[in-house]
Design a protein around this ligand. Structure first.
Ligand SMILES: Cc1ncc(COP(=O)(O)O)c(C=O)c1O
Length: 405
């Protein structure tokens, strides 16, 4: 028998997300024609131009590209990030005192929680939300409080719930993403303002995750960092995984008040020493040479086309589902309770069934909170329109077959 395992490890559940990702890999390995609606991946490879430059750099400056990078990130990269944030958000950041480069947005999330909360204190989340957020509670010994978001209110969190939870002395921070994952909802301005106002008044942290800030089809990103008081309480989590499409390079960053970033930077040095050197180099290439803008100009119209195709096909093949056409993000999040009732399956069983029988992989809503078990998450950016249509047609065939039984 092995020695004891920690409570935090045992109590952290296996994410249903990972289970379906593994199933998709298994089906692909068996040569099945898998239609992928499950990944949080960009739909296209990174810009060729950036890759060529990076390869050249690796050849010509091998040592400098393979050594450890500075713990808080290359100063030049932090300058470029500050310029980018100024350009899009109009914010003035001190590159060296207010930005830390991290191993993806995921590490920034963990560092944010470690910097702001003591074990036993509380973190407020809006459910359903990104599966990684749920692990933050068990991993860091923090209690999670929840305000629900439902389709009837366009997945906006309830202001009354926010007021109540932020009045709790033990709640030290609220974490949310806009555009969201899995719902793609963009937070309403009055709700965002309420959050910042309350946080400022009650001295709580706001962790604002803007990993999808460039993935908009209509409208543009809400920069809550500009609200009065935000400069003292808002810590932003950002990522290079979605906009410049390098999720495998594991690169993100966080920015916020100097005092917060000073402590976050210390923790970063212990946790993972530095973000990957070559990842920082490719991000610098993208930002320095304007490749990011060029890439987004090419990709966003294609994502929009895929969003439209997914929404139309979903309405056609699953007419009893309740679905919102998102104006941002990478996901549809339909309420499929009509079909779950008809088939007698849970969301997890339904997702498994369509994967095993028709090789269409989507994530069950409960991967994002147990209370969201009447939804499915459908990533629409990863497959071309004809495959999206084919995938949703296959889902309707599974339902038809189950209804006959
Ligand atoms: C809302 C949200 N935040 C953060 C991340 C993490 O991104 P990264 O790849 O930078 O760790 C994701 C990834 O899917 C996400 O959906």
């Amino acid at each position: 028998m092995v020695p004891p395992i920690s409570r935090r490890a045992v109590e952290t559940p296996v994410s249903p997300h990972r289970v379906l990702v593994d199933l998709a890999l298994e089906l692909k390995a068996k040569g099945k024609d898998v239609i992928s609606f499950h990944a949080g991946q960009p739909g296209f490879p990174p810009a060729r131009e950036a890759i060529e430059e990076l390869v050249k750099l690796l050849r010509e400056q091998t040592f400098a590209t393979c050594c450890y990078a500075p713990s808080k990130g290359y100063p030049r990269l932090r300058e470029l990030i500050a310029e980018d944030i100024k350009k899009y958000g109009g914010l003035d950041l001190h590159p060296l005192k207010q930005i830390v480069v991290t191993v993806g947005g995921a590490e920034a999330l963990n560092i944010a929680v470690l910097t702001a909360l003591n074990p036993g204190e509380k973190l407020l989340l809006f459910s359903p939300t990104y599966s990684v957020y749920w692990g933050l509670g068990t991993i860091h010994g923090v209690q999670v409080e929840v305000c629900k978001q439902e389709i009837d209110t366009e997945f906006q969190p309830d202001p009354e719930c926010i007021k109540e939870k932020l009045s709790d002395e033990k709640v030290r921070a609220v974490l949310f993403a806009s555009p969201g994952n899995p719902t793609s909802r963009v937070i309403k301005e009055d709700i965002a303002k309420l959050i910042v106002d309350l946080a400022y008044e009650k001295k709580k942290w706001v962790f604002y995750d803007q990993a999808y800030r460039h993935i908009y089809y209509e409208g543009s990103h809400l920069w809550i960092q500009r609200y009065t008081g935000a400069e003292e309480v808002v810590v932003t989590i950002d990522s290079f995984s979605k906009d410049i499409a390098i999720p495998g390079f594991r690169l993100g960053y966080m920015f916020g008040p100097e005092e917060f970033i000073k402590h976050a930077g210390k923790l970063k040095g212990y946790l993972t020493i530095s973000a990957p050197n070559i990842s920082q180099k490719i991000a610098m290439i993208y930002l320095e040479k304007g490749i990011k803008e060029k890439y987004l100009r090419e990709v966003i119209p294609k994502y929009r086309e895929r969003r439209d195709a997914a929404y139309t096909a979903l309405r056609k093949y699953l007419p009893e589902a309740n679905v919102i056409k998102p104006r941002a993000g990478m996901y549809l999040f339909p309420d499929i309770s009509a079909y779950l009732e008809k088939t007698g399956l849970t969301d997890v069983e339904f997702a498994r069934r369509i994967a095993e029988e028709k090789y269409v992989v989507m994530l069950p809503g409960s991967a994002f909170h147990p209370g969201s078990n009447r939804y499915l998450r459908v990533t629409f950016v990863t497959e071309p329109p004809e495959r999206i249509e084919e995938g949703l047609k296959r889902v309707s065939e599974v339902i038809e077959e189950l209804e006959k039984k």
